[in-house]
Structure formats: C-alpha cells, structure tokens
Design a protein around this ligand. Structure first.
Ligand SMILES: Cc1cc2nc3c(=O)[nH]c(=O)nc-3n(C[C@H](O)[C@H](O)[C@H](O)COP(=O)(O)OP(=O)(O)OC[C@H]3O[C@@H](n4cnc5c(N)ncnc54)[C@H](O)[C@@H]3O)c2cc1C
Length: 465
C-alpha cells in the first residue's frame, strides 16, 4: 500500500449512533483506515442477522453490502424455523406484513397426484406456518433492522481484498460514491453468499459433483392459485428432467421456476422465458395454472450452485450462510440455514472478542456441529428427491409410527430436532432403502440418466437469456 496509514480508531464505535451513515458518506482516501470489532461482508439474511445480534450485545460492527437494497434476490419461500429467529430479531410482525402466509407445501407427481404437507402436523413445537416474501423487501427490512440496532451498515461498499495483519484482519473496500478505504477488524464474518468471498479466494470451495443442476425462474402475474387453506402453499411439481416450483407472493405475483439437469438445459432453443414456459407446459397442472400468466420480471437463470467450503471457521473469522454452503432450493432451506447459522455463530464471535481461546474453540465446535447437522438433515432428502423411490413415497405418504409427521418436521427445518424426529426420520430412511429394492430397475435407470446428465458441463452461455 502506498502512502502513510491513518488510523481512525473511533469510527467503528460511533457507527451505531444516529447519523453515522450520513457521516460515513464522505469521500474516503485510499489511506483511511477504520477500526472495528467485527466486519461483516454481505448484507443478506446471514450478514444482517449476525450484525443485529452482535450490535445488540454492544459490539462495534461494520457491515458492507456491495449492492443497494431493495435488490432482487432469489430465495423467497421461508420455513417455520425462520419464525423464531425473526421474532428474536424483533421483525416478525413486519415480515408478516410483507409476506404471504405459507401453511405448508404441496408435492405433485407426474401423474397429477398431489399431496399436501401442512406444517401444523409437524412433531414437537415447530411453528405451524411460515411466510413467502419478495427478497427485495425482506432483505431491505433486515438491513434497516440491523442499522436500527446499531450496525454501521453501508451499501455499495464492496470488499475487494482481505489480509491478515498480526491479530487483526485488514479489508480493502471500494465504495461506489466514496472511493477506496481500509478497515481493520478484530473479527470477520464472511456472509457474502454465493460470491463465497473467503472460500473462493482460499480454494476452500468444493462443487458438489453429485448435484449439478440449474434453475430458470421469474415472477408472473395471473397465475392461478390453489383454493382454500392451501392457497399460500408452495407447489412443487416433478417432471421428467427435474422439478418446478410455484411460490405465491403477496399481491397477484407468483414466483415460478424450474430446476433441471444440465443436459436438459442444453436442449434450450429461444429465450429463457420461452424455455421456462415450455418446460411448465409439460406438467399438466402447472400448465393450466400458467394459462393466463404474464411475466412480471425478466426470467433469469443460475447454475451449478451446489457446493460446500472445506473450512467454516479459523482464527478470528467464520463463514455464515451461503458463503459456507448451498445445496439446493428444493426444500426452501437456504434462508433458514443462513439465519440459523448466523444466530448460532454469535457465542464464537464473542469468545474471540473476549480473548478466550478455549471458549472460542468450544463455540466453533458447536457452530460446526449445528451447521453441518442441519445441512446433512436436508441433504439426504435433497440428493434423493428426484429418484423414483422418493417420488413414490411422497406420493403415498403413510403416517405409521408418525413417520410422515417427522418428514413434515424436516420440511419445516427441524430435521435434526428432537430425538423423536430424528429416530422417525431414520425409520423413513430404512423404508426408503427397502422400497428402493422393489423399484430397483427404475432406480438404476434414473441413476444412470442423472450420472450421464451430470457429465454435461455447464457453459455460461447455457444460462444466458
Ligand atoms: C434457484 C434458487 C432458488 C432458491 N429458493 C429458495 C427458497 O425458496 N427459500 C430459501 O430459503 N432459499 C432459497 N434459495 C437459497 C437462498 O437464496 C440463499 O440460501 C440465501 O439467500 C442465503 O443468504 P445469505 O445471507 O447467506 O446470502 P445472500 O442472500 O446471497 O447475501 C449475500 C450478500 O453479500 C453481498 N456480497 C457478496 N460479496 C460481497 C463483497 N465482496 N462485498 C460486499 N458485499 C458482498 C451480496 O451482494 C449479497 O447481498 C434459493 C437459491 C437458488 C439458487
């Protein structure tokens, strides 16, 4: 770095006070260095949750978001497990105000058989509903909330480099209107989502070779909703090359998307909207619901999104939410996992700030165990979701020994919950494996097709509009 380094030790501590945002809107010199307890990279659900909770506990927190809220983001269907965290953050009522009430999930097999799984039937004390939200509104609400709690949260500030300087981290930041500057932080929470700021730069990110898929999605008006108490349910439809979703949002808007194998995506001719529409046309019920649909947003695509980082934490840093891992959208688990991870990491951050190495190691162990067990609870089902066996079991649910209710608990975010749930999910897995033996021919055929499809590499053009 050229030129002298200027320290401005008080900046982070001032950050929570009213007006701190205005104060920060001045042109910064590249040599300006600001000190803070905690630097959070990313202002999505993980970053804003961690920020709000840390600021509430009196820590100086700077949160940097490269974008400006409100901004579009995929990931609109929340889980009942989110509700407790939203309540803890003090935003549950506000989210209810912008959200569509979601009492459960519907799964429709290719033959049109639909089964509903209402969260009210989950085991234990899982909340009986969730919400579906426009992420632009939801993330902006969480961002405002963390500013209100005292976080110095800045938009259009992108972290471009992160290095170690003794016990501190030094981040280089490019601010759209204010030039370049540096931050020295005692602790860094990487909540940069799929950008995977630390995991990519350090080579920790591992793509999941068994789960290469792509999603094509957009918002539509005039999509028929289900009737009665299922009208807020997320609908999931299996089709030959994957599955598609319909997520009712507040107002007359439906989030519609299809997740498919790369080999199928390669067959696309025409633009993404036509591709999405023709894919839905192959699913009779979805096609009927889409009969009068008009696009309310551009249709976009994203691919090859399944990965996990080899590292979750280290000396003075940890990864939270998608910055660590993302598996698949099928059970709407992403935002819940991101926020739950952010909630669980707080004791580790505090132990580090208190200089207690043993407590830090203990808290990191706990954080790792919670994050991995939540991801694993979903992953087992996700990896098998498009198999003939899973489709048949969802098509003909049976509640012997409350196994179906345990599956609903998994869908609600409690798959690693109480012993009752975990033991019943084990039983479900045994049922799955024995049932698979009865469908061995179809299972082997489906596995072979998926294997072949995963060999088709993703090329960026495949996903362009
Ligand atoms: C097709 C698809 C459908 C999905 N559907 C659902 C669903 O229905 N329900 C659900 O719960 N989840 C869903 N997800 C997952 C969900 O989108 C994510 O899991 C969730 O957004 C993770 O939150 P996060 O805070 O970790 O990351 P993000 O929400 O991505 O937030 C990260 C933030 O960091 C910012 N950032 C990145 N790099 C930098 C940097 N260098 N400097 C400053 N800021 C930076 C980004 O701009 C972003 O705002 C879906 C995902 C996909 C791919």
């Amino acid at each position: 770095m050229d030129g002298p380094i200027h320290f401005n030790n008080g900046f982070g501590r001032q950050s929570g006070r009213p007006g701190s945002r205005q104060r920060s809107r001045q042109m910064r010199s590249p040599t300006t260095v600001q000190d803070t307890d905690v630097l959070i990279i990313g202002g999505g659900p993980a970053g804003t949750t961690a920020g709000a909770l840390l600021a509430e506990r009196g820590h100086a927190v700077i949160l940097l978001e490269k974008d400006t809220h409100p901004r579009f983001h995929i990931g609109e269907s929340l889980l009942p497990g989110n509700l407790r965290i939203l309540e803890r953050l003090g935003v549950l009522e506000a989210v209810a105000g912008i959200g569509e009430f979601k009492p459960g999930a519907d799964f429709t097999a290719p033959d049109g058989n639909t089964q509903s799984f209402p969260f009210a039937r989950a085991l234990g004390d899982t909340p009986a509903h969730a919400y579906q939200v426009r992420r632009s509104e939801f993330d902006a609400l969480l961002f405002r909330n963390c500013m209100h709690k005292g976080v110095d949260a800045r938009e259009r500030h992108r972290v471009v480099a992160l290095t170690r300087e003794g016990a501190m981290h030094r981040a280089s930041v490019v601010a759209a209107d204010e030039g370049q500057y540096e931050i020295r932080a005692r602790f860094v929470v990487d909540a940069s989502g799929r950008d995977g700021f630390m995991a990519k730069r350090n080579g920790w990110q591992r793509r999941n070779p068994r789960h290469a898929s792509a999603a094509v999605f957009g918002h539509f008006r005039n999509v028929a909703r289900r009737s009665g108490d299922r009208q807020g349910n997320i609908s999931v439809y299996w089709f030959e090359h994957g599955w598609c979703w319909m997520i009712p949002l507040k107002g007359d808007v439906m989030s519609v998307g299809a997740v498919c194998l790369p080999s199928y995506l390669k067959t696309r001719q025409g633009d993404l909207e036509s591709f999405l529409r023709s894919t839905l046309a192959s699913v009779p019920e979805a096609a009927a619901r889409m009969a009068n649909a008009e696009a309310a947003s551009p249709v976009s695509a994203t691919g090859n999104y399944s990965y996990r980082s080899r590292r979750l934490h280290g000396p003075g840093y940890l990864l939270a939410g998608d910055a660590f891992a993302f598996i698949d959208p099928v059970f709407s688990s992403g935002v819940y996992l991101a926020m739950n991870g952010a909630l669980t990491c707080i004791p580790a951050v505090e132990a580090w700030l208190a200089g207690d190495q043993r407590a830090y190691a203990r808290a990191c162990r706990h954080y790792r165990q919670v994050v991995n067990s939540k991801i694993d609870a979903f992953s087992w089902f996700i990896y098998r979701f498009t198999t003939p066996t899973m489709r048949d079991l969802f098509r003909n649910p049976r509640n012997d020994w409350q196994v179906e209710q345990a599956v609903i608990s998994m869908l609600a975010g409690d798959g690693d919950g109480t012993r009752d749930i975990v033991s019943r999910l084990r039983l479900f897995k045994t049922i799955y494996y024995s049932y698979r033996m009865r469908l061995i021919g179809a299972s082997v055929h489906a596995w072979w097709r998926r294997r072949r499809a995963w060999r088709v590499p993703f090329v960026d053009e495949t996903l362009l509009p």
